[in-house]
Design a protein around this ligand. Structure first.
Ligand SMILES: Nc1ncnc2c1ncn2[C@@H]1O[C@H](COP(=O)(O)OP(=O)(O)OP(=O)(O)O)[C@@H](O)[C@H]1O
Ligand SMILES: C[C@H](N)[C@H](N)CCCCCC(=O)O
Ligand SMILES: [Mg+2]
Length: 224
């Protein structure tokens, strides 16, 4: 069974939405699916239902318990910052060796496994270790989530090129329609990007409802 890393060009772009949608869709199709959001910042243990961890737990049909939170997101920080900064704000540092141990345990399990990163693909985790180093150490292909805001073409190409120099494989791109008005047309931007990067680029329109990830079009085909 396959495993994928979900990364992005930045933060608040749509990684969790895509991760939750894929979990929801695979679960509904009767597939064994697992997800891990090992590092999360901007979270407190007494209010995490609406956090990435809470959304992923919901999409997996897991109880919103502390056991679930500890299993899904063992590296948690209160400040909504890069892990290096968020951990330092608590007088801590993220133990990268422990992170890799958690991930290898998860990747040894059965089913389709998804690991959501944190922010964009070059966010610092600990010292000079970046999300891109983490992806390389896990040897996973990525799904990259981009936005549809003006500027996303350069951000997307730059991220892909930087990942390529590190030998990181990107399977597909999801262009998730950015909130607000005045953005370029989603479908025209997705088409423009796909011509430049020779990768499948799926346009994901703005989804409605309190659980938008339940209304996404099929994303599971991107994994095959
Ligand atoms: N296509 C979309 N339709 C509706 N809502 C969206 C869409 N894309 C993103 N969002 C919303 O935008 C917000 C940010 O998305 P999300 O949490 O998935 O970002 P992220 O990349 O996981 O951020 P982080 O770096 O913090 O993990 C969420 O409220 C999410 O539901
Ligand atoms: C708080 C936020 N939603 C993410 N969890 C962390 C994003 C860190 C981004 C750091 C950076 O690229 O400047
Ligand atoms: Mg997220």
């Amino acid at each position: 069974m396959s495993a994928f890393f979900i990364t992005s060009t930045g933060t608040e772009i749509g990684k969790t939405l895509v991760t939750a949608a894929i979990c929801h869709q695979l679960g509904a199709a009767g597939e064994k699916v697992r997800a891990l959001k090992p590092i999360i910042s901007g979270i407190t243990d007494d209010d995490w239902a609406t956090s990435d961890s809470g959304i992923i737990a919901d999409a997996l049909g897991l109880p919103a318990s502390l056991d679930t939170l500890n299993a899904l997101s063992p590296f948690r920080y209160k400040a909504p910052l890069a892990p290096t900064m968020a951990a330092a704000a608590e007088g801590r540092t993220l133990d990268y060796g422990d992170l890799l141990k958690v991930c290898s345990g998860f990747l040894a399990l059965d089913g389709i496994r998804l690991i959501e990163g944190v922010g964009g693909a070059f966010v610092p985790l600990s010292g000079r270790t970046l999300v891109a180093d983490w992806i390389a150490d896990l040897k996973l292909p990525s799904l990259m989530v981009t936005g549809s805001y003006l500027g996303t073409l350069s951000h997307s190409i730059a991220t892909l090129e930087a990942m390529a120099t590190r030998g990181l494989a990107v399977k597909a791109i999801v262009m998730s329609e950015s909130a607000g008005e005045g953005h370029p047309d989603l479908y025209e931007s997705a088409e423009a990007l796909s011509k430049l990067v020779r990768l499948p680029v799926m346009a994901l329109p703005r989804l409605k409802g309190d659980k938008p990830w339940t209304h996404a079009p099929d994303l599971t085909h991107l994994l095959s």
